[in-house]
Design a protein around this ligand. Structure first.
Ligand SMILES: [Zn+2]
Length: 270
């Protein structure tokens, strides 16, 4: 949650032209957060601040996605960073395809995340333990060497565009449950839901993962394919019942703050 806020504060400072922010309640929250951060930094002693900066610069972790150029990533195109600039053409093309794939569903794209494509073997030394891909808010997409595939890029980009429909208040109560967030990303990624076997009990269990805390607790057993496959299957069943247009309508209606479960067809009602 803190990371999301810090990313928001960072982006508004360095990218004031983002219309989405200026029109959103996020702008107020970001400003409050910035003034809070200012107060905190005033309250901290110089030595504590130096300590925090040293920790930021020396400790491997996802927080480094905030300033990728500090950690050896080169900007090869606006908002695209990599440790492998020799593959620029391939990287920009892959991102363009993922954006196009997402556009087919969302029909318009407003989020402009920063992509960090880490393709060398020392990525974990820089960013810590990484999944194949990771989306932070709708601000950063971090891709690991094994995750540089069309399906992972598609998956992360769908997350970005779904997250862009949410507001700061979703940090407290997600309007889209975690299983739907993951299931939609997987369903629209181009990878088939049955890429790993799952059963009806998995579907029922996945359906209980409302928050990302629930989701992370569930995937702690590392049976990733089973959980992601089951979430994908749930969204696939919704799409079978409503059609893709119906699925899109559900997403847009829930964006406008309607209750998620009320919009769901009976196949996933609890
Ligand atoms: Zn995901």
């Amino acid at each position: 949650m803190i990371l999301f806020g810090v990313f928001s504060a960072f982006d508004i400072r360095f990218d004031s032209v983002r219309l989405r922010y200026t029109l959103s309640i996020n702008v107020l929250v970001d400003l409050m957060l910035k003034s809070m951060l200012k107060k905190i930094s005033r309250a901290l002693s110089t030595s504590t601040l130096l300590f925090m900066i040293t920790v930021y610069l020396t400790q491997a972790g996802w927080h480094r996605a905030l300033t990728p150029s500090f950690f050896g990533m080169q900007e090869i195109a606006p908002r695209i960073y990599t440790d492998s600039p020799e593959r620029s053409g391939q990287i920009t093309e892959a991102i363009k395809k993922a954006e196009y794939n997402s556009l087919q569903f969302f029909t318009e794209i407003s989020a402009r995340p920063t992509y960090i494509i880490c393709l060398k073997s020392n990525c974990e030394e820089i960013f810590g333990r990484m999944p194949l891909g990771l989306t932070l808010g709708y601000h950063r997409v971090l891709i690991s060497p094994k995750g540089f595939t069309p399906s992972v890029l598609n998956h992360e980009r769908i997350h970005v565009d779904l997250h862009a429909l949410m507001g700061f208040q979703d940090l407290y109560r997600q309007r889209f449950p975690a299983w739907f967030d993951e299931g939609l990303s997987e369903f629209l990624s181009g990878r088939h839901c049955s890429f790993q076997r799952h059963n009806e009990a998995d579907l029922a269990r996945v359906l209980r993962a409302d928050t990302f805390r629930d989701w992370n607790a569930m995937v702690a057993d590392r049976a990733y394919g089973r959980h992601y496959g089951a979430a994908c299957e749930l969204v696939s069943r919704i799409a079978q019942a409503t059609g893709i247009d119906g699925l899109r309508r559900i997403v847009l209606t829930v964006r406008d703050k309607d209750d998620f479960m009320r919009q769901m067809p009976s196949i996933v009602r609890r």
